[in-house]
Write a protein that binds this ligand. Structure first.
Ligand code: GLA
Length: 384
């Protein structure tokens, strides 16, 4: 992201002075999808694409915000009833409100921001936006007294309370805690995490973006979460200690098979298997066994497509092409319902895979997919 662009727009749009500049990245996730809100493991990393925002307190009690990419300007107050209509501005408003709820004395500010996380690609542009402002407000108005986990929770609570998505913690965690060259395994029950340096010599990670985004993704997402909670409720009757699907195994699930809907059963089956796959992938990585890593990625795709049902025709097609090309691992990444696949590709196969997937996808769907090489990067920070 070009900080000079943000700075020049900020100067032009406001009173000619400069403020402080902050940045936060989007994320990838190697494996562990829809496991975060089930108390399971995730394995994300921050990327080199993100949001950059310039911010300066304005001495008023309102926020004056300019989205450089959308060329849209919005003003809003800081009280609960001041929520703006523009969806991009609701993220900033939500972060302000959540910081205030945590005791930060947020005052009015001017801000301009821009981003290069592809929208709808499943790389979490919204978490990048939330983390940028959470980090910035903590620095500008909170003496940095809110810790990094709580900053991630501010972003998550913004989604829950102001944007209608009952998401887990993965995206905001990855954006705030990202570290160059390392993936992170987070246990979403205990919130313990570990950095895993990820620099395979013989492989590349590449995203293939279908550029398809299905409507109603957030209500379908919330519905998946509800299914998981239904199953937990049923299992709790005989296992009161159970809090999440993370605490369950297939035997416990099968014991309630007759009590839960067929759909809820399939959702829980996927989650229980997926939580185990993250552990298996970490073990495989410690042995540099990338073939196993790749195989688990294909298994995840199958589960997300057939059991959790968050894939779509275009993503299944991208997955099939990857398999046909001999790609080591491939799967739909993020929440699903469009977006991209993440692919673990041997160096020598890279060129053939990219040209084949572009050609075959374009022939079938009439538009080319986009390709992004993954560069694992640092998390939220102040630039100047
Ligand atoms: C979205 C949510 C995350 C997570 C993923 C699926 O990105 O924001 O919390 O649930 O979907 O793994």
């Amino acid at each position: 992201m070009d900080i000079e662009v943000v700075r020049s727009r900020f100067i032009k749009h406001f009173d000619g002075t400069t403020g402080s500049v902050y940045a936060s990245p989007g994320r990838i996730n190697l494996i562990g999808e829809h496991t975060d809100y089930n108390g399971g493991f995730v394995f994300p990393g921050a990327v080199d694409k993100g949001i950059v925002a310039e911010i300066k307190p304005n001495g008023k009690d309102k926020v004056c915000a300019y989205s450089i990419d959308l060329k849209d300007y919005v003003e809003f107050g800081l009280n609960e009833e001041d929520a703006p209509n523009a969806s991009w501005a609701r993220y900033i408003f939500g972060v302000c409100r959540e910081m205030i709820k945590r005791g930060v004395d947020v005052k009015g500010f001017n801000t301009a921001f821009a981003g290069d996380v592809p929208l709808g690609a499943g790389m979490s542009s919204s978490a990048a936006l939330e983390s940028t402002y959470a980090y910035a407000l903590n620095d500008l108005f909170g003496d940095n007294k809110i810790d990094k986990f709580e900053l991630a929770k501010v972003g998550q609570a913004t989604e829950h309370n102001y944007c209608g998505v009952k998401c887990g913690i993965m995206d905001q965690f990855a954006s705030v805690f990202g570290k160059e060259g390392s993936l992170m395994r987070l246990d979403c029950r205990s919130m313990e995490y570990q950095y895993f340096p990820f620099k395979p010599e013989e492989y590349r990670l590449v995203l293939v973006d279908s550029v398809v985004k299905h409507e109603l993704a957030s209500s379908a997402y919330n519905k998946r979460r509800q299914s998981c909670e239904n199953v937990v409720e049923a299992i709790k009757k005989t296992h009161p200690e159970v809090e999440f699907l993370r605490d369950c195994n297939m035997e416990m699930l099968n014991a309630v098979k007759a009590e839960v809907s067929e759909e809820d059963y399939k959702r829980a089956e996927y989650v229980i298997e997926e939580i185990q796959r993250v552990i298996d992938v970490c073990d495989a990585l410690e042995r540099s066994d990338y073939e196993t890593v790749g195989q688990k990625m294909y298994e995840t795709h199958y589960g997300m497509s057939k059991l959790y049902e968050v894939s779509c025709e275009e993503l299944d097609f991208l997955n099939d092409v990857a398999f046909d090309c001999g790609v080591t691992g491939s799967r739909v990444m993020g929440g699903g319902f469009g977006g991209c696949t993440i692919n673990l590709v041997k160096n020598e196969l890279y060129e053939t895979f990219i040209s084949t997937v572009k050609e075959r996808f374009t022939a079938k769907y009439g538009h080319s997919p986009k390709v992004y090489d993954v560069v694992i990067s640092d998390g939220s920070r102040k630039l100047c």
